[in-house]
Design a protein around this ligand. Structure first.
Ligand SMILES: [Zn+2]
Length: 870
């Protein structure tokens, strides 16, 4: 049941005049992933399996974007000519510029990447500095910096020195940035500060360095010029600004020059921590003081770098424990392109330098290899020279998927759009395909390159054609895999039929309905189709429902007035009456075995749980009493703190978790094999229950806080992981305000207003009730869609698997049910959503009831062990 009894009471009066905000709500909820900035990796030559430097980079920029790839030839210029920088500065032109690969994001000033014919690679990562008085000359330099390095440098060290000279001459226009400047022998991190200051550090040959939107170069010995290069006054300038005290030791570049907010931002430090921990194979100490570089636990291949760039904490197992609170996804929803540069110098550059391009997000895309010898990129890798409008972009990305080899960027972006709507099983299959195709590509890469090298001396064009065919082959395999991934979804029409069949063939259990509360207001014959309400026998059979827990709801007010136990007993009497009154329709069940026994005999098993431990009246003996009466779970509290623990809805903490009685209660429920229900409890209470309980724990009707940030009635990812790690599960609440952020906000705003009004006007008694009745009567909320409930289930399945999630509708307890989940006849609609996302029948069986029965059986076994003292 939701928040407050008065809300539930008003559900009938409000049902008449609701405004449908469903469309708006769905639009707003549509996968909004925050932009996280870029991520870069440099692998030293002795830390890579091939003995060459590798550079990996995710370029994250909010859509709409396009990405073009070009191969520029060498160019010669007459002596004494000049070139004009984007910001107006004038620079002497060189006689010849090198040939280079250029990854271009039109309209963006700091998003391009380059690899030139010497293997000099340049890309960057935004790293804000603290400089607020930058010195610029002739408009400064920005966009041109990396391009000039690609055009003019033959080694990474050259590139660093050139970039340094340019920065000292013109001044850097943006707040700060780390440029990765690498070649086949060594990688450098070139940190530039707004104005004329910079410092670069070489990555040790046997180590791996990463950057996640804040400077990573720490204390350096400026005299060690083999490994550190910098503008001359880098220390003196910091001293003059009061940022650095030389008597405190060596210059700690990041500590001195970084913008403190960027340096301490958990998303930056968290991603860096995730990435570094991934390659060390064991978690480092989290926080802002992470090392500049680390020794990997094994030498990294190109495929390993791809897996790091693809790392998404919700979709992947990694060497970093998934339940660590510091884990961050390295691959954000805003990744527009990604690459791995494989810089080998033991072959001619046209063969030895391979640039693996991933368009759109590595999460859903494939890396396609291009050797430096290509004349140009295929047509689909080069689009218009303008950034698209949001409308044009959406039209392309949201259109029906076609694997068009002429439109690589749009094909991959469109595919990401389609995969984002799919479930964990579909993602799992895609990941397997990505690894298979990329692994195959890596396996045949060497033999093909060796053949190309043999041909190259006498017939370079045939050699290059061989390499071109190789990349074409990988590209075609990727297109094929994408089509197959989407084709697996059967036609919409028979999804409904399949879902309906499945709902009736399998055991379907719902762990929370507030039907008794509805019937106490007005008793009706629920063996027939009734008007209103969410439950009756006829609709339940239509929906395939086999067993349900009816909530014996006890209002929080009983804590003060007394009489909770008697009230609960009366409700139990009423529920028992259903079995007697309608013996052909309902049967009271008390165990997993009884549910299985009754399954298929056309009767619906009714089980009971007490919603709100206030019913115990603070007496431990009452646990046995209610257990004897058939109660199988107790929701520890409801919308207010009680004698057991704090509520997620109360204004302030009374116990800061569990009360001493609450702690004894957990032990007693464990002993009796009863289910401890953590829906409605405060976070502190939840964590204390998890610590104390000797059996798995269940949330019988909650959803994911991930989608309703700050709303404590739903569970955070961390809580869900812990719940699952201890063998328990979360049964997803269907209520619109539980699953949809907009409805949730509408609801909490009214709730806040009511609270404030009552407090400010000191309303009591009749006046208070009247006001509450009126205010909620005026309120209207949007409705979620059935697909959003599936999104919550999918989120949990991605986090912890289908063994730890199920249905806990809260029917008759929530006022606003989603469109498509109007009552107990609608479970097949939800099942169809799961089928659409690629869930297999065995997954759905678990979600629909088997997972709950498994957990409940474990709880009962734990009770038996405790009672027998084993
Ligand atoms: Zn509830």
């Amino acid at each position: 049941m939701i928040v407050n009894t008065f809300v539930a009471r008003l559900c009938l009066t409000r049902r008449g005049h609701r405004v449908l905000l469903a469309v708006l709500a769905t639009l707003l909820l549509a996968w909004s992933v925050p932009s996280q900035g870029c991520f870069s990796i440099v692998v030293g030559k002795n830390a890579s399996s091939e003995g060459c430097v590798l550079v990996g980079h995710n370029e994250d920029d909010g859509a709409p974007q396009i990405v073009n790839h070009h191969k520029a030839p060498r160019q010669t210029y007459p002596a004494d000519t000049t070139t004009t920088l984007r910001d107006g500065g004038v620079l002497e032109q060189v006689q010849e510029t090198w040939s280079y690969i250029w990854s271009e994001m039109p309209g963006m000033l700091f998003s391009d990447s380059y690899v030139n014919e010497w293997g000099v690679t340049v890309c960057s990562d935004n790293c804000p500095s603290r400089e607020n008085r930058p010195e610029l000359t002739a408009g400064g330099i920005g966009w041109d910096l990396r391009r000039l390095v690609a055009q003019r440098a033959t080694t990474a060290r050259d590139g660093v020195l050139l970039a340094g000279r340019l920065v000292e001459r013109f001044g850097y226009v943006d707040s700060g940035r780390t440029y990765i400047i690498a070649d086949p022998q060594e990688g450098w991190l070139f940190c530039v500060v707004n104005g004329k200051h910079w410092l670069a550090r070489r990555v040790p040959d046997d180590e791996v360095a990463m950057v996640a939107n804040t400077y990573t170069v720490r204390a350096v010995a400026l005299e060690d010029t083999d490994n550190v290069l910098a503008s001359k006054d880098i220390a003196e300038y910091a001293r003059s600004r009061g940022w650095y005290d030389p008597s405190a030791g060596a210059l700690d570049f990041a500590a001195v020059y970084a913008n403190p907010q960027a340096a301490g931002h958990p998303n930056n430090t968290g991603r860096l921590w995730s990435g570094l921990s991934y390659v060390t194979g064991q978690p480092l100490t989290p926080g802002p003081d992470l090392p500049f570089s680390v020794v990997p636990r094994y030498r990294l291949s190109v495929a390993d770098v791809m897996q790091i760039l693809r790392h998404d904490k919700e979709n992947e197992s990694s060497p970093v424990p998934a339940d660590s609170p510091f884990v961050c996804s390295l691959c954000s929803g805003a990744t527009q392109t990604s690459f791995v540069a494989q810089l080998r110098s033991d072959m001619p550059a046209e063969v030895g330098i391979a640039y693996w391009v991933c368009l759109a997000s590595p999460r859903t895309s494939f890396y396609i290899p291009f050797h430096f010898g290509i004349a140009d990129f295929p047509i689909g890798y080069r689009l218009e020279s303008q950034r698209p409008t949001a409308r044009a972009y959406d039209r392309k990305v949201q259109a029906e998927f076609t694997a068009d080899p002429q439109e690589a960027f749009w094909t991959f972006s469109n595919f990401r759009d389609k995969m984002d709507g799919k479930g964990a099983p579909a993602m799992e299959r895609l990941r397997a395909e990505q690894q298979r195709i990329e692994r195959d590509a890596a396996t045949i890469q060497r033999p093909i390159e060796e053949a190309a090298c043999r041909l190259y001396e006498n017939d370079s064009s045939t050699a290059l054609r061989l390499l071109e065919n190789y990349s074409k082959g990988v590209y075609m395999s990727a297109l094929e895999a994408m089509s197959a991934a989407l084709d697996e979804t059967p036609a919409q029409t028979d999804l409904g039929q399949r879902a309906d069949d499945l709902a009736h063939r399998m055991l379907l259990i719902d762990t929370h309905l507030d039907t008794p509360f509805e019937l106490q207001k007005r008793m009706q014959d629920i063996s027939r189709r009734i008007e209103g309400g969410h439950f009756d026998y006829v609709r339940a059979r239509q929906g395939g429902l086999d067993a349900l827990f009816m909530a014996v709801y006890v209002a929080p007010e009983y804590e003060e007035t007394g009489g909770a136990k008697a009230y609960a007993d009366q409700t139990i009497d009423m529920i028992e009456g259903f079995g007697r009154k309608w013996p052909d329709h309902f049967v009271l069940a008390r165990s997993p075995d009884e549910i299985r026994t009754h399954f298929g005999d056309n009767r619906i098993s009714i089980l009971m749980g007490i919603e709100n431990g206030s019913a115990l009246e603070g007496d431990l003996a009452n646990v046995q009493h209610f257990c004897d009466r058939g109660i199988r779970y107790i929701t520890l509290t409801h919308s207010k703190n009680n004698r057991i623990c704090d509520s997620s809805f109360d204004d302030e903490a009374q116990w800061h978790g569990l009360s001493p009685f609450g702690k004894e209660l957990i032990a007693e429920m464990n002993r009796l094999g009863m289910i401890v229900d953590v829906s409605h409890v405060s976070d502190d209470a939840f964590y204390q229950v998890m610590e104390l309980s000797k059996a798995p724990v269940v949330a019988t009707h909650s959803a994911c806080r991930h989608f309703t940030p700050g709303w404590h009635r739903n569970m955070s990812d961390d809580m869900i992981r812990l719940l699952a790690a201890k063998g328990g599960l979360i049964q997803v609440n269907f209520g619109s305000m539980f699953v949809n952020a907009t409805v949730n906000r509408e609801f909490t705003e009214v709730q806040e207003e009511v609270r404030r009004h009552i407090r400010d006007n000191r309303l009591q008694g009749e006046a208070r009730s009247r006001y509450i009745h009126e205010r909620w009567g005026q309120a209207s909320f949007g409705k979620a869609q059935v697909s959003e409930v599936a999104t919550h289930i999918d989120h949990i399945a991605r986090l912890v698997g289908v063994d730890h999630v199920g249905f806990g509708s809260d029917f008759d307890g929530v006022t606003e049910v989603p469109v498509g989940l109007e009552d107990v006849s609608c479970y097949p609609n939800l099942i169809a959503e799961l089928l659409r996302r690629g869930y297999r029948e065995q997954d759905i069986r678990k979600i629909a009831g088997e997972s709950f029965l498994r957990v409940w059986a474990e709880i009962r076994q734990a009770g038996e062990r405790l009672r027998s003292g084993k």
